[in-house]
Structures are given as C-alpha cells and as structure tokens.
Ligand binder design. Structure first.
Ligand code: DON
Length: 310
C-alpha cells in the first residue's frame, strides 16, 4: 500500500525542520551515529479511511530500538499469561533514564519496574518462545511484518553487531538480574536476540501501519483480521502512556496526550486511539533519548487535531 503525500504534513515538516538542528544523534551504539541529523519524516494512517498520508524523508529506514519493546511485550503476552509476565516485570513508571540500574538495586525483589525500560525489556525478550535465537528472532520479525503489512522487513546486521559489541551496560543489567534470580537466560544469547530485535528496520510508514493496528484495538484496519488480542493491545497502549517516553512520559502526556514509544534511532510510534497510527522519524535526540523534532511534530499535530486523550 502506498502512502500519499500531504500538503498539511509537508507544511508541518517545513515548520519543524529547524528543530532537527537541536539535540544530538545517539552514538553510544556507534552505528547509530552515522544517521543524518537533518532527516525528518512523518506518516499518519487513518483507520477509518485506511489511507496513509506522509511527508519528509519517508524512504529513510531506521532501526526500531526501544520501539521494539512494545512488539516483544505483545508477543510475550501471546506466549504467556499476564500473571507469568508481570510476576517478573512490574507496571510502574520509573522517573529514571531508560538504561538506569538504580531501581534494581533499591527495590526488593529487584524486578524491573516496567517492560519499556531496558532491564524490563531484556526480561520480556527472554520470555519469547522458540528453540533458538534465530527462531525467536524470526517470530519477532514475522510479527512486525504482519503488523506493518510489509513482508520485506528485516534487521540491520551492522547496527545489531555494533550494539552487541558495545552493550556493556545492558549486559550489566542482565547479570545483576541473573544474580537476583529475576532473569534465567543465557546472557550472551539474550543480548544477541535483544540487539537484533532493536535493529529491525522500518520506515515511518511501517510505524504508522503498526500504530493503526493498535489504534484499532489490535485488528488490521484494512482486512479486519485480528493481529493482537484486544486485552494485550490495551496493556501495550497503557504502558506507552505511562512509560513509553521514559522520564519524559509525564510531559509528553500533557503536551501530546497519546500512547507513544520512542527509540534512540529517533523513531516514535504514536497511536491516536480509534483514529490513527503515526510514525515519525528524526534522529537528533534530547538528553532523555527522545527525538527533538519528532516530539515537536507530534505536539503541533496533536494540538491542531485535538488528539489528546485527556
Ligand atoms: O538497549 C538500548 O540501549 C537500545 N537498543 C535501545 C534504547 C532506546 O531506544 C531508548 N529509547 N529512547
């Protein structure tokens, strides 16, 4: 399916373009540092008309990074019941950066506070069913292909290796949780799966389609087929509101007011419940790891169309 260009979105991209000069492209994963900071794109998929509109550098592909945490949470909840999943990972926002270890040490048991932070996402990824890393990765990728309607989706080997080779902090989180019996996985295998999951590549159009399924309560707006059980879609959207933008989730709820999930690649998945899925991309990030221009695009669009749920 094609995404049409839209005058409204083109004007919005022009208006927001100067914000791409603010912030910094993530480079703690070295391969991400090669992104072009002036890239800016947006797609909006309306679930009622099944039409997609877009503007900006929409052919640019970027890695999901933390946006993948919503996908793996949904899949883990398909693979296991809620009790099993939330016995190992909590439901509360942290107020801390996404890769912080501090609450793990302060709380007993040292279970991660939610599935959107790195510690929680690592535990969730360890729950994905499959005999081998490859099999588990294939299940995650097929799920992304189904949700986005794009069978060509794959992952960037370059970004995955780059994160695998430099991810000492995530390894530290894993070993800490392993010591405290919260995590039971082989850490190197889990790191391989997690870094590959984070390196799945999409465009903002793919994100808008994924968002549209969630905005439509788990059902594909084009075919009517159920892709995610309704209760699971609801849990994912709720976590996106409370924890999706990390320690900026409160401000985002006030300024934009929709479920959203950011990634350090500069992508943001947005959901306007019962209305639309939104994908935005711009790689320059603020100090909390969220796309500066992406946030601005969403803020202006939300105010204009009264998207806020609150
Ligand atoms: O684990 C990491 O650090 C990255 N693969 C993902 C972090 C991320 O995207 C945080 N989001 N803003």
């Amino acid at each position: 399916m094609l995404c049409q260009s839209s005058t409204e979105l083109m004007e919005l991209v022009t208006l927001v373009k100067p914000y791409t000069k603010q912030g910094k492209v993530a480079n703690y994963i070295p391969a991400l540092g090669r992104a072009n900071p002036s890239d800016l794109s947006i797609s909006v998929f309306n679930i009622h008309s099944s039409k997609c509109q877009s503007a900006g550098d929409i052919s640019v592909r970027f890695t999901l990074q933390s946006i993948s945490k919503v996908i793996t949470l949904a899949l883990a909840l398909v693979d296991h019941d809620e009790e099993y999943v939330f016995n190992k990972v909590g439901m509360e926002p942290t107020g801390d950066p996404f890769n912080s270890i501090i609450k793990l040490e302060m709380l007993s048991p040292s279970k991660p506070l939610n599935p959107m932070i790195n510690a929680g996402a690592l535990v969730v990824t360890s729950m994905i069913k499959g005999g081998t890393v490859q099999e588990k990765l294939e299940r995650i990728m097929s799920f992304v292909r189904k949700l986005s309607g794009n069978n060509d989706i794959s992952y960037s080997e370059e970004v995955a290796i780059s994160e695998y080779n430099t991810g000492s902090l995530n390894r530290a989180l894993c070993y800490y949780m392993k010591q405290h019996n919260v995590l039971d996985a082989n850490v190197e295998e889990l790191m391989e799966l997690y870094t590959k999951q984070c390196s799945i590549e999409t465009t903002c159009f793919d994100l808008a389609q994924i968002g549209a399924v969630m905005a439509n309560n788990g059902t594909c707006p084009i075919t009517g087929e159920r892709f995610i059980p309704i209760e699971i879609a609801k849990i994912c959207k709720t976590f996106m509101v409370t924890c999706g933008m990390y320690n900026a989730s409160g401000e985002f709820a006030i300024r934009v007011g929709i479920p959203a999930k950011s990634g350090v690649s500069g992508g943001i998945l947005g959901i306007v419940p019962n209305e639309a899925g939104i994908g935005v991309y711009s790689p320059s990030l603020d100090e909390k790891g969220n796309s500066v221009a992406g946030l601005k695009l969403l803020e202006i669009l939300s105010k204009k169309h009264n998207f806020s749920m609150f």
